[in-house]
Design a protein around this ligand. Sequence first.
Ligand SMILES: [Fe+2]
Length: 116
Amino acid sequence: MAYSEPYDALDEKTRDISRAITSLREELEAIDWYNQRVSTTQDQELKDVMAHNRDEEIEHAVMAFEWLRRNMEGFDEDMRTYLFSEGSLLEVEDKATAAVAPKGPASTMTIGNLKN
Ligand SMILES: [Fe+2]
């Protein structure tokens, strides 16, 4: 595990988040590699085994994402905005941004986050 900051300067929560992100990165890399092998192997049984393994790694990655949603600020809000949305993701962003900061005359009033 690689840290960009001195290990002793990191609190335990930050270390756990780093562990989760490292695991997620490893799972995503495994998904990609298995998926490439599924695509290229000519042996049907090996293709099936690699696909099975890839799909298990997808489960692992999603579990890591869910842990991050529960434990790292920012994931929950963005997942609620983008996951299972439909249509253009940039339009989803525009709508979410408009809900937080409506266009129009400048005002000192804020309406808060309407996404939740
Ligand atoms: Fe895994």
